[in-house]
Structure formats: C-alpha cells, structure tokens
Design a protein around this ligand. Structure first.
Ligand SMILES: [Zn+2]
Length: 342
C-alpha cells in the first residue's frame, strides 16, 4: 500500500484546549470507503473539553485521496413524489413542523403532528428536516456541505431563498441539475460578503474539516447580526460509541478529524463569537446505530441493502433507551445539535 504523501502527523495534545489526549482507539481502518492507512483516536483529558480527534492526523493536502470513493450525492429520492405510507407520514411531520416551527399546514395535519411529541427520535428527525429553523419568508439560507441539494430544495419549498456550498464536484452537478444553486469548494473560498445570510446550516460537516474553528468564525462572519447557525455532528460521548467502541459508525476514520461532544462544540461556537449558544445531544440514532451494528457483525456497511426488520426494531428500541438515559445523562444521544446566533 502506498504511504500518504506527505505523511499523517502525530497530534498528542488537544487542538481545542491544549490538554494532553488519552489514546482511545488504535489500528482503525476505513471500512466504509476503503481509504488507505491505519488510524487511531485520542480524547482530550480536560473534563471541561472532552474533544476527540484522529491521531495520526491526515495532512490537509492529502485529504482529497481519503474521499476517492466517497459518496455524498444521489442519496434520497425526490420527496415531491412521496406517496403511500411515507407520504402520509410526511404530512404528519408537516403538521408537527407547523406547530413547532411555524410552517404552513392544515388543522388535520397539525392534530396528527402532535403525535410526534410522543416519539423523541422521530421528533428529532422532523426537527432536522426543517434544520431547526423557524419559518421565515424569503429568508436567505446557506447550507455548507449541501451535497446533492435535497435538503435545500425542501427548504426552498418552505419559503427560504437557498444557496449551498460543497467540495464534491459530482454533488454540485447533481444539485445544479435539480435547479439548486450550489457552489463548488469550501466556505472561505466563496468570499461571501459579511452578514449576507439569515441562517447557515451544516449537517455532518464540521467533523470533516482540518480547522473547525476557522470554519465557525467564517460562518459567523457571513451571517447577519441575529442570524442563526444550526450545526449537526456525531456525538463521541454517545451511548453508541460506548456500546460499539471501534465499530461505532461515527468514528469514520480517516475522514472524521475532530468529534465534538456537546460541551466542546458549545465552547467552540462561543470562541468563534456566537451568542445564545445551545447545544444538546439528541436521540436521532437509527442510522448510526444500525451501521455500527453492521460494522460489528459483518465488518462492513452494505450500501445496497437497508436494515432488516429486526435491525429496525432494535434501532427503534435503542432510540427510546437513549431518550430515557438522556434524562439523567444528557450527553448520551448519538448526534449533537448546536443552535447559536451571530
Ligand atoms: Zn481539549
């Protein structure tokens, strides 16, 4: 196997706070997309921080080759044509989103949508589908890591003026083919004017970038004063990580460079100058947990076959468990949701 050029570098101390890192995993390989190399992780020893990072750290110049077989585009069908049970479920979800976030829906859907308050995992899913954003007619929304533009198209249908950025040319082409304005490259390269956006969202992006702190600073700059940042990322303090260890899907070596537990993520946002920072772990768990279970049992995640009915049922139960544990240990949910204001 060809060594990476230049080689990965050892990072023994926390990139966020400088405290020493404890070795957590070693001998990790990329079992999802087959990138070369052997990797490990460390966890910051400072209790107030708790950041996890990959060690050795891939050189930023070689990041491209870690994504050679990576797939960010084409997942998810066209939601405008969802019918049957799924179509009905989307109407129920729209009813919940109307009550919770102010989007339009009829009274029958609103009544049905109240059911989601009884199901924490699915409720977090419904919140995610509107990106935890209250309705705002003609609000300017930027999604960093927009992929094939599915989420932006959904938000455009809800009244947002949408734009996106993505580093994957195939994803950008797919988004543009659907009529979504997605630019190629990273956020800083776009050189947006200050204060241009009412909202900025990043779903599973911050764990991939070499300098998450610079990304947060730039995100704040392009938001207007009072504008909202919404950011989702896998939570390394999650129950699933404790349960599955090195098989936890959220590790994704070597593409996940930094993993932020809620307190470290909130601190990073405050350091970047955000105010009214709220960060919590949510039990939106089924994707991560099912994939972790596949990694443990089969050593790989089969992208062509979804979970079996048994795995679905198990994931459902796990989501409820995480919600229950969350009452006395609020950091156990699989995903961190950060909401902050410029
Ligand atoms: Zn630290």
């Amino acid at each position: 196997m060809e060594p990476l050029q230049p080689p990965p570098r050892e990072v023994t101390h926390c990139p966020a706070c400088g405290a020493p890192g404890e070795r957590l995993h070693s001998g990790l390989r990329d079992r999802l997309f087959g990138a070369p190399g052997e990797w490990g992780t460390r966890r910051c020893s400072a209790p107030a921080c708790g950041l996890h990072w990959i060690d050795p750290m891939p050189d930023p110049l070689t990041l491209g080759e870690l994504y050679a077989n990576y797939y960010t585009h084409g997942e998810g069908g066209d939601e405008e044509v969802e019918t049957g049970v799924r179509g009905l479920y989307r109407r129920l979800e729209a009813g919940y989103q109307a009550t919770r976030w102010g989007y339009p829906a009829g009274w029958a859907a609103r009544c049905a949508g109240a059911l989601l308050y009884l199901h924490p995992g699915r409720r977090a899913g419904a919140d995610t589908r509107v990106m935890y954003l209250p309705a705002r007619a003609d609000g300017a929304l930027l999604e960093v890591g927009a992929g094939d533009g599915s989420a932006l198209r959904r938000m455009a249908r809800l009244g947002w003026q949408v734009e996106g950025v993505d580093f994957d040319p195939a994803a950008v082409a797919a988004a543009r083919a659907k009529g979504v304005d997605v630019r190629l490259g990273d956020l800083a390269a776009q050189d947006y004017e200050e204060g241009r956006f009412d909202a900025l969202t990043m779903v599973h992006v911050i764990e991939h970038v070499p300098d998450p702190w610079a990304l947060l600073t730039e995100a704040r700059r392009v938001l207007r004063p009072g504008g909202r940042l919404v950011l989702l990322t896998p939570n390394p303090s999650a129950f699933g990580h404790r349960l599955f260890g090195a098989d936890w899907r959220g590790l994704e070596p070597p593409r996940h460079l930094h993993l932020f537990p809620p307190r470290a993520l909130a601190e990073a946002a405050r350091q970047a100058g955000f105010s009214q920072v709220r960060c919590q772990a949510v039990p939106r768990a089924r994707g991560i947990l099912v994939a972790s279970r596949m990694l443990r049992e089969a050593g790989r995640v089969d992208p062509l076959h979804g979970p079996t009915p048994t795995q679905r049922l198990w994931a459902e139960g796990m989501e409820w468990l995480e919600w229950l544990f969350g009452w006395w240990s609020p950091e156990v949910g699989e995903e961190c949701v950060l909401i902050a204001q410029r």
